[in-house]
Design a protein around this ligand. Structure first.
Ligand code: FAD
Ligand code: NAP
Length: 554
C-alpha cells in the first residue's frame, strides 16, 4: 500500500505558519473532485500529460462506490473481467479476479492497487469535501473551497463526484427518536456489523436491499422488509473464476473489448436482433430460461424489443413472475413479492438468493400501502396502522442519483449563477460533459451521457480520455475557456428526451427520472441512445475543433 497523505495536507501549503496565517490557495491546472474510478483515472491521465492536477475526496480512502457501499452482500453485477480499467495492458494482465462477479472488498482492493501502482496517493487529499466552487471570470479559474479550509485556484474543475454517491435518506418522521442502530447501505460502517440475535428492519427493496437481505437474514433473529415497490430480480449465478477461463479472456481482451464497445451499453453481452413477439411463446420462454440459468443482466437482452414494446416486455415480466411463484413457497408472500410494472423500467436487480430468502422463517415481508412508512418510533416503525418492532434499522433507500452529489456543492458559474438555479427544472448538459454558463467545468458521466445505463468502467474511461484530450487541445491552442453553446446544449437535451420517450423507461417511477426523491424534477437523466452513437458524436465534436462549444482564446 502506498503512503496515504495526511488529511488536508496540500503541497505548497506550509503547516508551520501558525493558526493566524492562512495558507495560500493551491494553484492547479485541474482540480478533480472525487477519487472513485473516475477521479483516479482522471488524475493519472492528466499527470501523464504534464498537467498539475489534484484529486479531493470526501472519504478516507479511494474507490468511491466501493469505499462507501460495504453492506453485507455488496457486489458488482457486471462481470469482473469487464468491470475494470482497459487503459493499461499490464494492469489488465496482472490483476487476478476471484469470482465471476466481484464482491465489494475485492473491487476496493483493485481501486487501492491502482492508486498504489500509478503512485496517485500523494496527489489525493482524503477526508476533504469540496463545499463550493465559484468561477472567477476575470482570472478564468475556479475558486474551490473545502470543508477543511483548503482552497484551490484551478483552470479547470472536473467533477468525478459519481452518479450514485449522494445517499438518499428519506425524511421519515421520528427517525431521530429511533433507539437502535440506523445504517444506510450507501454509508455502511467500516467495522463489521454484527446482526446476530437482532431484530432488523429493512426499508427498500432495490438492488442494494436485494443483495443485503439474504445476508442479513443468515445472521439476524428476524428481518422485517418494508417494500414500497416489488422488484424484478434475476439470478447472477455467481461462481469462482477458474484460472483457465481468466487466461482465455485476458488473451482475447482486445477483440472482446472491441466487440463490447459496439454494444448498446458497452457490455460484453450483445442484444439479440429478434423481436420477442416474432417467436412462439414456448420458444420465448425457453430462450429466457437459458438466459436465467446463465445468469446476469443479459437476461433483458434476449430479445431486441423488451425495452420498447409493452407486449414483448410482458413476456419477460410473466417469466419472472412464474419464477417467483416457483421459488417462494407461501403463495401469499409470492403474490406480494410480484412486481406489476414494466420489467427493466427501474434498474433490473441481480441476486441469487433474494426470493428464496422469503422462505426463511425469520424473514417477513411488509408491503407498504399508499401512505408508506407512518413514522419511526423508538422501538421500530408504524405503517398502515400497525406497529413493527426491531432493534436495528437498515435504510436501503438508494441515492439522489446523477445530480445529488453536484447539488450538494455550491457551484456558481458565470455571473455568480448557481448550478442549482440553472438546473431547477432538471439537469441541462451538452453530451453530459459540460453545462452552459459553467466554463471549464467538466463532469464525468454527467446527466445526458450513457453513464448508469452502461458498463460504467469503459464509460468512465471514455469521458476521462475525452476531457484530457480537450484540455490538451486548449493548452496547445492557447484557449483559456471552453463552454457549450446554449443552442447545442438545448438540442442535445431535446435529442436525449426524444430518444428516451420512445422507450418503456420514460414513464416509469424510477431514480433515472428522479422519482425517488420528493420534489426532484421528473427528467430522464441518462442518455439512452447507446454507447456507439454517443461515442461517435463525442469523437466528431472533438475532431471538428469542438463544434457546439464556445472557445475563448487567452
Ligand atoms: P463514485 O465511485 O461514486 O465516486 C465518487 C466519489 O466522489 C466518492 O468517493 C465521493 O465521496 C466523492 N465525492 C462526491 N462529492 C464530493 C465532494 N463534494 N467533495 C469531495 N468528494 C466528493 N456500475 C456498473 O457499471 N456495474 C455495477 O455492477 C455497479 N454496481 C453498483 C453497485 C452499487 C452499490 C452502487 C452504488 C453503484 C454501482 N455501480 C455499478 C455504479 C458505480 O457507481 C460505478 O460503476 C462507478 O464505481 C462510479 O465511479 P465514479 O468514480 O464515477 O463515482
Ligand atoms: P434504489 O434502487 O433506488 O432502491 C431504493 C429502495 O428504497 C426502493 O425499493 C424504493 O422504493 C425504496 N424507498 C425509497 N424511498 C422510500 C421511502 N420514502 N419509503 C419507502 N421506501 C422507499 O436504491 P439501491 O437499491 O441502493 O440501488 C441504486 C442503484 O445502485 C441501482 O439501481 C444500481 O444502479 C446500483 N446498484 C447496483 C448493485 C449491483 O448489483 N451491482 C447493487 C446495488 C446498487 P421505490 O422503488 O418504490 O422507489
Amino acid at each position: 500500500m502506498g503512503a496515504r497523505n495526511t488529511p488536508g495536507l496540500v503541497p505548497g501549503a506550509s503547516h508551520d505558519e501558525g493558526v493566524d496565517a492562512m495558507p495560500e490557495p493551491t494553484r492547479l491546472d485541474a482540480l478533480i473532485v472525487g477519487a472513485g474510478f473516475a477521479g483516479l483515472y482522471m488524475l493519472h491521465k492528466l499527470r501523464g500529460t504534464g498537467f498539475a492536477a489534484r484529486a479531493v475526496e470526501a472519504g478516507s480512502g479511494v474507490g468511491g462506490t466501493w469505499y462507501w457501499n460495504r453492506y453485507p452482500g455488496a457486489r458488482c453485477d457486471v462481470e469482473s473481467m469487464f468491470y475494470c480499467y482497459q487503459f493499461d495492458d499490464a494492469l489488465s494482465q496482472d490483476w487476478e479476479w476471484t469470482e465471476r462477479y466481484p464482491a465489494q472488498a475485492e473491487i476496493l482492493r483493485y481501486a487501492e492497487h491502482v492508486a498504489d501502482r500509478f503512485e496517485l496517493w500523494p496527489d489525493i487529499s482524503l477526508n476533504t469535501r469540496v463545499a463550493s466552487a465559484a468561477w472567477d471570470g476575470d482570472e478564468a479559474l475556479w475558486r474551490v473551497a473545502t470543508d477543511t479550509g483548503e482552497e484551490f485556484l484551478a483552470r479547470s474543475c472536473i467533477m468525478a463526484t459519481g452518479c450514485l454517491s449522494a445517499a438518499n435518506r428519506p425524511d421519515f418522521a421520528g427517525l431521530d427518536d429511533f433507539a437502535g442502530r440506523v445504517f444506510h447501505t450507501g454509508r455502511w460502517p467500516h467495522e463489521t456489523v454484527d446482526f446476530s440475535g437482532r431484530l432488523v428492519g429493512v426499508i427498500g427493496t432495490g438492488s442494494s436491499a436485494v443483495q443485503a437481505i439474504p445476508e442479513i437474514a443468515r445472521e439476524a433473529a428476524r428481518v422485517t422488509v418494508f417494500q414500497r415497490t416489488a422488484s424484478y430480480v434475476v439470478p447472477a449465478n455467481n461462481r469462482p473464476l477458474d484460472a483457465a477461463e481468466q487466461a482465455d479472456i485476458k488473451a482475447r481482451y482486445p477483440e472482446l473489448r472491441a466487440a463490447a464497445r459496439k454494444t448498446f451499453g458497452g457490455f460484453a453481452v450483445a442484444i439479440a436482433q429478434q423481436s420477442a413477439l416474432a417467436v412462439p411463446e414456448d420458444e420465448c420462454r425457453e430462450t429466457l430460461a437459458r438466459a436465467w440459468d446463465h445468469g446476469g443482466i443479459g437476461f433483458l437482452n434476449s430479445y431486441r424489443d423488451f425495452g420498447f414494446d409493452e407486449a414483448a416486455n410482458r413476456r419477460a415480466q410473466d417469466f419472472v413472475r412464474q419464477k417467483i411463484r416457483e421459488t417462494v413457497r407461501d403463495p401469499e408472500t409470492a403474490e406480494k413479492l410480484t412486481p406489476r410494472h414494466v420489467i427493466g423500467c427501474k434498474r433490473l436487480s441481480l441476486g441469487d438468493d433474494y426470493y428464496a430468502a422469503f422462505n426463511r422463517p425469520n424473514v417477513e415481508l411488509v408491503p407498504l400501502g399508499e401512505d408508506g412508512i407512518g413514522r419511526i418510533v423508538p422501538g421500530g416503525l408504524t405503517a398502515g396502522g400497525e406497529e413493527y418492532r426491531f432493534d436495528d434499522l437498515v435504510l436501503a433507500t438508494g441515492f439522489d442519483a446523477m445530480t445529488g452529489a453536484l447539488a450538494r456543492i455550491d457551484i456558481r458559474g458565470r455571473g455568480g449563477r448557481a448550478l442549482a438555479e440553472a438546473w431547477r427544472a432538471g439537469p441541462r448538459m451538452y453530451l453530459g460533459l459540460m453545462s452552459n454558463g459553467f466554463p471549464n467545468l467538466f463532469t464525468i458521466t454527467g446527466p445526458g451521457s450513457p453513464s448508469v445505463l452502461s458498463n460504467m468502467m469503459p464509460t468512465i474511461e471514455h469521458h476521462v480520455e475525452w476531457i484530457a484530450a480537450c484540455l490538451e487541445y486548449l493548452r496547445d491552442n492557447r484557449i483559456r475557456e471552453i463552454e457549450p453553446r446554449l443552442e447545442a446544449q438545448d438540442a442535445w437535451v431535446e435529442h436525449g428526451n426524444e430518444v428516451a420517450s420512445k422507450t418503456l423507461r420514460y414513464n416509469c417511477s424510477s431514480w433515472y427520472l428522479g422519482a425517488n426523491v420528493p420534489g426532484k424534477p421528473r427528467v430522464f437523466m441518462p442518455y439512452i441512445g447507446g454507447m456507439p452513437s454517443y461515442m461517435k458524436k463525442c469523437a466528431a465534436v472533438a475532431a471538428s475543433g469542438y463544434e457546439g462549444f464556445e472557445l475563448t482564446p487567452g
